[in-house]
Design a binder for this molecule. Structure first.
Ligand code: SF4
Length: 439
């Protein structure tokens, strides 16, 4: 297939099937294209859409982004992962804002933090309509299969070969549509597993398809076992239900985000509390959890310690803070830490309930639905409060008998299942509009 035929096929396919209503395809500007390309690195379109919309609503211009505190930027990025992207975006916005113009050449763009040659190519092609090749993950997959390029694309020689192919196929006319089409084709047709070759505009000339060897392209990265790093995260709470948070250094994992104080072992976390002379009223460690980064597994143990010491631990000004656990959603936190704290809050609520049930006293929580949303409220209003209290009492006994902490994942999963049985009479089908509680 000649380059001209390749381009014609791609553009004809785009006219008929390409995506044209993504949020960043409206009001196209270099800023919006740059932001979407940055968010789309290692992240799928469906995930990016709500983040993109919230981001441009808060920071409609580069100037607004440049002048925003980094915490606000990281908060809006929280959950998208790869936070270096957000920090680089913020830094680059400040540089662009100082220059008072958006760079429009490849050399200028790649000087900015976080903008690689492919992102620069996409900005130049889509926002400025200047012909530049791109080579993101999707395009790499299409080209390795179409041309039957062997070798891992992360290898510099193979990468160079793919850039040359991409450059030789990129048109000078309609380059914005072509660039969008190549990204769409990789995302929707030439997918990683089960590509839909019969709908692909390239199938008549595709080497991988013709030789029936699609699964061999792109060549996988040479196998490597990820190392495992072990840590303990301290969930230190005080008598007003605040949790101690610590700001992470600007570089490294979760750079600049708020997190829990981290230690190399449970022992070190406890020793640290001892050095602060904390009066500990309760402590326990939860089961290990795993979070996998691209280059290692992080196995961590949550160490829960409660103190009633009047405390003002300030290890470094602006670097630690006591924060109401219920308000954590307002902070830029790494996703696993946010999840851990959500479990912790849910567990605390349940612990309070359990204590009140044991003592036979009214409890905060008896008078509120055990799950969120208007439908949750409606269901709650219909259940017998006496039966609900009995149910809680029974669960308390079972949890105690099994020596489980109520925020142990096993106990939470068990409670969720039992709660569904109680509320929905064991039916698997949830009523329409019901939002199940997080376990
Ligand atoms: S024919 Fe199949 S393998 Fe080849 S580029 Fe199209 S979708 Fe990918």
């Amino acid at each position: 297939m000649t380059p001209t035929a390749f381009q014609q096929n791609i553009l004809a396919w785009f006219d008929q099937y390409g995506r044209k209503d993504l949020p960043w395809q409206k009001d196209i500007s270099p800023y919006r294209v740059w932001l979407s390309e940055t968010m789309l690195q290692q992240t799928q379109v469906v995930t990016v859409i709500p983040y993109f919309n919230r981001f441009v609503e808060k920071f409609p211009t580069i100037e607004k982004l440049a002048l925003a505190p980094i915490d606000e930027v990281l908060h809006l990025w929280s959950g998208l992962g790869y936070y270096a992207r957000a920090r680089n975006l913020h830094k680059a916005a400040q540089l662009i804002n100082e220059q008072e113009r958006f760079p429009d050449t490849l050399d200028e763009l790649i000087q900015l933090p976080g903008i690689g040659v492919s992102t620069a190519g996409a900005i130049l092609s889509i926002a400025f309509k200047n012909s530049h090749p791109i080579l993101d993950g999707n395009v790499k997959r299409v080209l390795t299969r179409f041309k039957g390029v062997e070798g891992w694309p992360g290898n510099s020689k193979v990468n160079k070969q793919l850039w040359a192919i991409s450059a030789s196929l990129t048109p000078t006319d309609r380059v914005a549509d072509y660039t969008q089409a190549m990204m769409d084709l990789g995302a929707t047709i030439c997918t990683r597993s089960k590509p839909i070759c019969e709908s692909c505009p390239l199938h008549t000339g595709c080497v991988a398809k013709i030789t029936n060897s699609i699964s061999m392209f792109p060549t996988s990265k040479p196998a490597r076992t990820l190392p495992v790093k072990q840590l303990a995260f301290l969930v230190l709470s005080n008598n007003t239900d605040e949790v101690l948070l610590e700001k992470r250094p600007p570089t490294g994992i979760w750079g600049g985000l708020w997190s829990l104080p981290e230690f190399d072992s449970i022992e070190s976390a406890r020793n640290w509390c001892a050095t602060k002379n904390l009066h500990i009223i309760d402590q326990q460690s939860l089961a290990n959890r795993r979070h996998t980064f691209s280059h290692y597994h992080l196995d961590y143990t949550p160490v829960l310690i409660q103190t009633d010491s009047p405390m003002n631990i300030v290890m470094e000004a602006n670097q630690t803070v006591w924060y109401k656990a219920e308000q954590i959603n307002d902070l830029g936190l790494a996703a696993p830490i946010k999840l851990l704290l959500q479990h912790y809050i849910g567990g605390k609520k349940m612990t309070r309930l359990v204590k009140c049930v044991k003592l036979g006293i009214e409890a905060e929580g008896f008078d509120e639905p055990p799950f969120p949303g208007p439908k949750g409220q409606e269901i709650y209003e219909k259940i017998s409060k006496q039966a609900w209290q009995q149910w809680l009492t029974r669960q308390t006994m079972l949890i105690n008998e099994n020596k489980l902490a109520s925020f142990d994942p096993k106990a939470r999963a068990y409670l969720a299942e039992e709660r569904s049985k109680f509320l929905f009479e064991g039916k698997n089908e949830m009523p329409e509009g019901y939002v199940p509680p997080k376990t």
